[in-house]
Design a protein around this ligand. Structure first.
Ligand code: DLL
Length: 434
């Protein structure tokens, strides 16, 4: 179902709306946020220089460090008294990134999440279980209000306590699951261990996944565990930009539709910072057009994607983002070769004898980078056959070598022996940085 008329506007209508909103937001941050004004003055740009959408590239980028340097509220464009919600993203080091919402920001957030839920097959008839952690993470409350707005019955079960999740799922006849893809796989695995087959014994028919990437082989794994008839989509967002709701996949599964009346996406070369032509892959940069409390201007997401402007079969006219190939700061450089964990995942998941759980350990020994990949077998009877294990290991190693151009040590481990995640999965340990 297409929720809003803004999803089907003509290109010229979208651009006209974007330009009017861009001019207004740039004037507002210039007037209200000293940090933006200082950056724009240093770049020699003033709000009146924004005459067409092409002028967007005159504006300086905003980066995570700007938010950290002005922690907690220094980048906000409204006084604290106008805030009605505060979230934060923890990150791995230093202070968290703090984000805030006015009453109108919450309205916009609810609207954009409602759109992506409807896009992914959700409806007012769903019983929606939200298995994201409730708290400072934007995922849970973001999906919560969007799904309620759609009319679904929302169960805020949060993450963790997986057996209880499954009990609710069965007893409430939950039809829609919200989770990170890795947690959704874990829930299915725990259910099977409890003698409950998600395909037959549960009624979940819509999976709205996000917060981390879902590669195509991972989607296949989702169908295998939850049922071929499940609508499996993913959606994208980021705390700094709003939370979930920036973009989402429709049921055609050909990229994530950006809510372009609220966000302008650009793709840049992360090194030269040049804007790349449509269709080229690079770092995603987003400008928030309607946020009142924290309007991010040309925010460098570090996420790697591509923009597709061709019309989609679903009828929406909004630009689509290709599913992410990773983050520029996830990229590992191993013996000079650039490696994205998603490339490794795609190879691993194309091999039937191994499951979707893996761990990548990078180290440096005698000045040489090493990479070890621990992979779980799907069937532990293989562990008894030394010859079969050896052949499988060799097969994985040579397939990875073709894709990555690198040799990796493979360690096959017993089913269910690697760590499971209830939120975003952590697959890489880089011991070189420790
Ligand atoms: O993860 C917001 C969100 C919650 C989106 C739930 C969708 C669903 P942060 O915690 O700030 O916000 O993390 C943002 O997560 O820059 C991406 O690297 C990653 N990410 C989010 N969605 C996807 C996705 C939320 N569909 C960071 N595919 C982003 C790949 C994703 N990565």
């Amino acid at each position: 179902m297409i929720w809003a008329k803004e999803e089907t506007m003509s290109r010229s209508e979208i651009e006209e709306l974007q330009l009017a909103r861009l001019k207004a937001v740039v004037a507002r941050v210039y007037g209200k946020v000293p940090a933006y004004r200082a950056k724009m003055d240093a770049a020699g740009v003033r709000p009146e220089h924004i005459r067409t959408l092409k002028d967007l590239k005159l504006l300086p980028f905003t980066v995570k460090k700007d938010l950290r340097d002005h922690y907690p509220f220094g980048m906000f464009a409204v006084p604290k008294s106008e805030l009605v919600r505060i979230h934060a993203s923890s990150g791995t080091t230093g202070k968290p990134t703090v984000v805030g919402y006015t009453r109108n920001d919450l309205k916009v957030w609810t609207e954009v999440v409602t759109r992506i839920a409807a896009m992914g097959g959700a409806s007012a008839n769903d019983v929606a279980q939200i298995c994201f952690g409730y708290g400072m993470f934007t995922g849970a409350l973001g999906l919560h209000f969007g799904l309620e707005n759609l009319g679904a019955a929302v169960c805020p079960t949060s993450s963790g306590n997986t057996q209880k999740q499954i009990m609710y799922m069965k007893d409430f006849e939950t039809t829609l699951l919200v989770a990170t893809p890795s947690y959704a796989l874990h829930i299915a695995e725990v259910a099977l261990g409890m003698g409950i087959d998600p395909k037959k014994d549960l009624k979940v028919k819509v999976g709205l996944f996000g917060g981390e990437g879902m590669t195509e082989p991972m989607r296949q794994e989702m169908y295998r565990l939850w049922g071929e008839d499940m609508a499996v989509t993913q959606n994208y967002g980021m705390s700094e930009l709003i939370g979930p709701g920036v973009s989402g996949e429709c049921l055609e599964l050909c990229g994530m539709h950006v809510n372009e009346d609220h966000f302008i996406p650009e793709i840049i070369d992360p090194v030269t910072e040049e804007v790349l032509p449509p269709g080229e892959k690079g770092e995603l940069v987003i400008t928030c057009l309607t946020k009142e409390a924290l309007p991010m201007i040309r925010y460098r997401t570090r996420d790697i994607s591509r923009l597709m402007y061709e019309p989609c079969k679903c009828g929406r006219t909004t630009v689509r983002m290709e599913n992410l190939s990773g983050r520029s700061d996830d990229m590992l450089i191993i013996r000079g070769v650039n490696v994205f964990p998603t490339q490794i995942e795609e190879v691993l998941l194309s091999i039937p004898e191994i499951g979707p759980h893996y761990e990548i350990i990078v180290d440096r020994k005698n000045h040489l980078d090493t990479m070890e990949i621990k992979v779980e077998l799907t069937d532990d009877t293989l562990l008894d056959s030394y010859a079969q294990l050896g052949a499988l290991e060799k097969n994985i190693r040579s397939r990875l070598k073709v894709v990555l151009g690198l040799d990796a040590a493979i360690k096959l481990v017993a089913p269910r022996s690697l760590k499971r995640f209830e939120g975003k999965a952590k697959r890489v340990t880089d011991l070189r940085q420790m």
